[in-house]
Design a protein around this ligand. Sequence first.
Ligand SMILES: CC(C)(COP(=O)(O)OP(=O)(O)OC[C@H]1O[C@@H](n2cnc3c(N)ncnc32)[C@H](O)[C@@H]1OP(=O)(O)O)[C@@H](O)C(=O)NCCC(=O)NCCS
Length: 174
Amino acid sequence: MNPVRWTVRPEDPRGTDRAAVRRIVEAAFPTTAEADLVDALREDPGAWLPGLSWVVSDTQDPDAGPVGHALVTRCRVGGEPVAALAPCSVLPDLQGRGAGTAVIEAVLAAARDAGERLVLVLGHAGYYPRFGFRPASGLGIRAPFEVPDEAMMALVLDGPVPSGLIAYPPAFGV
Ligand SMILES: CC(C)(COP(=O)(O)OP(=O)(O)OC[C@H]1O[C@@H](n2cnc3c(N)ncnc32)[C@H](O)[C@@H]1OP(=O)(O)O)[C@@H](O)C(=O)NCCC(=O)NCCS
């Protein structure tokens, strides 16, 4: 894979990337639920973390604009503020070529730089361990709903980290 194939950057805080992000998320998932989730999180100042919504574009086709997106927002574990990675989206035609890896690595690095200590993700156990995620249960962290143990994962950026029950912002509807 060409290491300079992908260009990553934070979403423009002036809002100029919003429509592109919505298109990407709508295209990546079967329903608009995840795109609606992103929009609802944007409207929640208790959840949205400025600088932790990142986009990726094709370095060789910059005029095409963003083709992928990864979002980190605020949630809580045991009442303490931590972060959650969700959703991650790449346009279907461009999936499997490293864009997702590039934008996820970028948003996680930005979360670390912003002082976040712990990032949670609910996702495929075959994908997220490559970023360092491990089952959250090993840290004594529990989801507020039934979920396979290996699907709820946590990445420690800077320990020690809290344990206990996860509380998501209202936008997640859980
Ligand atoms: C998940 C997603 C963001 C990854 O982006 P991507 O650009 O396709 O991923 P990359 O090219 O960087 O990485 C490809 C690897 O991811 C794996 N992968 C991609 N989607 C996967 C999934 N849903 N489950 C398991 N593995 C997946 C591929 O098998 C491949 O593995 P390999 O490197 O061992 O061959 C993208 O595929 C996507 O938008 N999928 C649909 C939406 C979704 O399911 N999002 C995740 C839940 S929030």
